[in-house]
Ligand binder design. Structure first.
Ligand code: SAH
Length: 382
């Protein structure tokens, strides 16, 4: 189904259940459709998008270029409701992590990582995760549900409001990465509608290269993404052969490395200006030998790739150790000598458990095993 249609068709049900439509969840097409349905002009959508996402106005009465009657109508039928902030922690390196409540039982996490030349917001796409990667803390939480578009873009809405300095010209959030809790390609429609808003001129107006979706390798989702919303792609590879990858990323049993790299090659062909990032977590004596590095370089030959080495971040009950720095450096050098652009990701926000793979939120796990099986087995799961 066309994603815009899917958004629109879920509106009456959402409106009925919650009484009011949360306008945060509507991309431009869905909002235009809504205005048409209530007998208003389509261009109202761009005005309202600007009020919400650029001026962060939550109250319809302040939307001064709308008629009084439209403002009243909107306050009766709609609302602007981001997730609720439960806690806000600041790391000594400036990284900030928020715990956000999305419903009575569940919370998700979002992280902001400031750097000299940019500010990256890491957002969650699901409550928990069903994929069960062995080195990831989110996996331990199990899976509860997909986040709705309003809950995904609501994170960007909240962070930009919280980080905005009055009068500052520079934007605090210059990049968004879908690398928080969850597998974004298993929540395709809601994630893509949220990314529409990240890219939308009347909303966050980010360039495609500044929005990165990270996937554990949901092959049909990668194909759909290249057609529908070709943002920067990051792939969590973590191993150069199927045996090891089956162990670390069980999704590999459904979509093995050869199929995954084929999908990456076609993604790169359709989006020739972007390199694909391959993420590789550095686990001591598991996947970090020079043989692994050489095998990885061979595997990626011919793909416009860059490699991001992520030093493993431990969490309670994790059974892995981070590779020693000398091993990470040697691994990196081997890749660089083979001609691959390779960066070792700086570990940020470790003191507040905000680093990669440490996000846990508060998840009421629901039939996690069933969800996991579904995600692994059903090739159309994306
Ligand atoms: N499900 C998506 C996005 C979430 S994880 C994916 O798998 O890509 C974001 C990145 O952090 C992924 O590359 C993931 O493999 C990595 N990661 C997970 N746990 C980690 C840990 N404990 N230490 C370091 N990186 C980790």
């Amino acid at each position: 189904m066309n994603p815009e249609r899917a958004q629109i068709q879920t509106m009456p049900a959402a409106a009925k259940a919650a009484k009011r439509i949360n306008l945060l969840g509507l991309n431009r097409e869905a909002l235009e459709h809504m205005f048409e349905e209530i007998g208003e002009k389509r261009f109202r959508a761009s005005q309202v998008l600007k009020w919400i996402h650029q001026y962060r106005v939550r109250d319809f009465d302040s939307m001064s270029n709308l008629s009084k009657s439209l403002r009243t109508k909107l306050s009766e039928m709609a609302e602007i409701r981001p997730p609720e902030i439960v806690s806000d922690r600041l790391s000594k390196d400036g990284t900030r992590k928020w715990l956000l409540r999305v419903d009575s039982g569940n919370c998700i996490e979002m992280v902001f990582i400031p750097e000299d030349d940019r500010g990256t917001l890491c957002v969650s796409s699901q409550v928990g995760c069903a994929l069960n990667c062995t080195f990831c803390s989110t996996a331990q939480q199990g899976f509860n549900r997909n986040l709705e578009t309003a809950e995904i873009i609501g994170q960007v809405f909240l962070a930009t409001s919280l980080l905005e300095k009055p009068g500052a010209e520079d934007r605090a959030v210059t990049n968004v990465v879908l690398m928080g809790m969850g597998e974004p390609l298993l929540n395709f429609e809601s994630v893509v509608a949220a990314m529409d808003l990240m890219l939308e001129d009347f909303a966050y107006c980010l360039a495609r290269k500044r929005v990165t979706l990270s996937t554990a390798g949901v092959v049909p989702g990668i194909d759909r993404l290249s057609e529908r919303c070709p943002v920067s792609l990051a792939v969590s590879l973590h191993a150069p052969d199927d045996d090891l990858r089956n162990e670390l990323v069980p999704l590999n049993k459904s979509y093995p490395i050869a199929a995954l790299l084929d999908a990456c090659r076609s993604y790169a062909r359709r989006n020739p200006r972007q390199k694909i990032t391959f993420e590789y977590v550095m686990l001591d004596a598991v996947n970090d030998s020079l043989e692994h590095a050489r095998a990885l370089a061979k595997l990626l030959r011919g793909i416009p790739a860059k490699v991001n080495l992520i030093p493993f971040n431990p969490f309670p009950k994790s059974s892995y150790r981070r590779s020693p720095q000398a091993q990470i450096d040697a691994f990196r050098n081997a890749l660089v000598s083979a001609g691959l652009i390779t960066i070792t990701r700086k570990t940020r926000g470790e003191d507040i458990d905000a680093a990669c793979g440490q996000l846990a939120g508060k998840v009421v796990a629901r039939a996690a095993r069933v969800q996991r099986r579904k995600a692994e087995i059903r090739p159309g799961a994306a």
